[in-house]
Design a protein around this ligand. Structure first.
Ligand SMILES: *[C@@H]1O[C@H](CO)[C@@H](O)[C@H](O)[C@H]1NC(C)=O
Ligand SMILES: *[C@@H]1O[C@H](CO)[C@@H](O)[C@H](O)[C@H]1NC(C)=O
Ligand SMILES: *[C@@H]1O[C@H](CO)[C@@H](O)[C@H](O)[C@H]1NC(C)=O
Ligand SMILES: *[C@@H]1O[C@H](CO)[C@@H](O)[C@H](O)[C@H]1NC(C)=O
Length: 423
């Protein structure tokens, strides 16, 4: 049960002499690079930033649709740092916390009291909005081809705001301190870094090298990936004021060119209740589809696989269709030859679920399962594109232009080191 009691545990009331809008910084890097890794047990993506004085490394689960960063600080509701300050309830940062929120922040002894949600297991509890010095690594383009970001010196955002309270860490990767939201909100990492360092409100998720690049620019080595294909980002018309998720428009799903039979209304977002549509999530390891879509998708995939003489084997949970890999043909440069899954997007560009690597998941040495899961009949969002289908893409979220770019590898063969093999 979510607790919305805005009890204030503050012992000391800080008098903040000023409350300027922009967290200011030590220098102006072109960009910021946050490395991340995939936690092997939860399949969540975990990043680290240094916080406070003295600097303490804080591990956070990346939440692409999350509103802000929050840390489990316990009842004392503050981190052990000499530079920590509760955010004043009249400050612009507190105002930002109240937009994109069903829960309006309360004033508690002049401090901005907010609720933070563990978006994996959904407990919410109240805490305060605090701010402290965040130290991150700058990044820049070398300015000549091939474009690949380099890491620069450490830079600090002096008034990095985050939720600090009693929200449970249940369901999150072991050892993490909280979550880092990258969503459509004024307090997300992208908004705060772009305000602190004066660069554009863009970030890219590079699953291959495990980096989030903030600030925009050329991230890609052009011999490995073609340039970005863009599709508009959509906001949920029902709850655009507080939905911080990134939605895109899917028009149809095709398997080997054949359309999956889908009730069209599931693909759009219902204005009256916000249900439906397609969004991204880095918290779901596999793409989830509303039950009727999932069933139609799986049965068409199975039919196409059968036509290729791929033998089905007993299903392994949570997956609904598994296959014998020794009945699949291998070709170069495709790798295992399997049915092709394409998402046709609203502006008629195609998101390819690239080859066996993205559409299927090895469950043992000889068995591969269709790497999608049943999201249930009451799925709030019809299609949630999860980690397994995201990770072959380089994704750029361009917030000022309200679009997302994706770049898929030219070839999908996987070598023994799990690196991309270029044909
Ligand atoms: C609020 O501040 C006052 C004065 O500093 C203090 O006496 C009181 O205990 C505080 N209340 C809470 C709930 O922390
Ligand atoms: C930058 O920060 C990282 C992580 O906090 C640290 O490991 C590294 O030594 C720092 N580099 C410099 C040059 O201070
Ligand atoms: C599948 O197997 C049948 C019977 O052995 C064969 O006639 C057919 O050509 C095969 N199809 C493919 C796509 O390999
Ligand atoms: C998978 O296919 C191979 C080759 O046809 C066969 O030898 C093996 O028994 C099959 N395994 C299963 C679990 O069906």
């Amino acid at each position: 049960m979510a607790s919305y009691s805005f009890t204030c545990f503050l012992l000391i009331s800080f008098l903040l002499s000023h409350s300027d809008a922009q967290p200011f910084s030590s220098s102006r890097p072109r960009g910021v690079v946050l490395p991340f890794h995939k936690d092997p047990s939860t399949l969540q993506y975990v990043t680290e930033i240094s916080l406070g004085t003295p600097k303490v490394p804080i591990s956070l689960v990346l939440d692409l649709g999350g509103k802000l960063a929050w840390i489990h600080c316990g009842q004392k509701q503050q981190v052990d740092s000499s530079s920590y300050q509760p955010v004043d309830c009249k400050s612009p940062q507190c105002l930002l916390a109240s937009s994109n929120s069903v829960q309006i922040p309360q004033c508690c002894n002049k401090t901005c009291s907010i609720s933070s949600t563990n978006t994996v297991t959904r407990p919410t509890s109240s805490g305060q909005l605090g701010s402290d010095v965040a130290t991150v690594q700058s990044g820049y383009e070398p300015g000549q081809r091939p474009y690949l970001w380099l890491r620069g010196e450490n830079v600090t955002a002096r008034r990095f705001a985050f939720g600090c309270g009693t929200t449970s860490l249940n369901g999150l990767a072991k050892g993490v301190n909280g979550m880092a939201g990258l969503g459509r909100s004024g307090l997300s990492l992208v908004s705060q870094f772009s305000a602190a360092f004066h660069f554009s409100r863009k970030f890219a998720l590079d699953f291959q090298f495990g980096n989030v690049y903030f600030g925009g620019g050329h991230y890609i080595q052009e011999t490995l990936r073609p340039s970005f294909i863009y599709t508009p980002l959509i906001s949920n018309p029902y709850n655009q004021d507080y939905s911080t998720d990134y939605y895109i428009g899917v028009k149809s799903i095709q398997i080997d060119g054949e359309n999956v039979a889908i009730h069209k209304k599931l693909l759009s977002i219902n204005r009256k209740n916000g249900v439906g549509g397609t969004k991204f999530s880095t918290l779901l390891p596999y793409t989830a589809m509303e039950t009727s879509i999932y069933k139609a998708f799986t049965s068409l995939y199975v039919k196409r696989a059968k036509a290729m003489n791929i033998t089905r084997v007993a299903s392994v949970k949570p997956f609904g269709a598994c296959f014998n890999s020794s009945t699949m043909v291998t070709s170069y440069p495709e790798g295992l030859v399997v049915p092709h899954v394409n998402l046709v997007l609203t502006n008629d560009v195609v998101w390819r679920v690239v080859g066996a690597k993205s559409s299927l998941k090895y469950v043992n040495d000889n068995e591969l399962c269709l790497g999608f899961i049943d999201g249930g009949l009451k799925a709030g969002t019809s299609i949630i594109i999860g980690g397994h289908q995201l990770q072959d893409n380089l994704l750029e979220f361009d917030i000022p232009r309200s679009r997302v770019g994706f770049s898929q590898p030219l070839f999908q063969l996987v070598g023994p080191t799990n690196q991309l093999v270029v044909g």
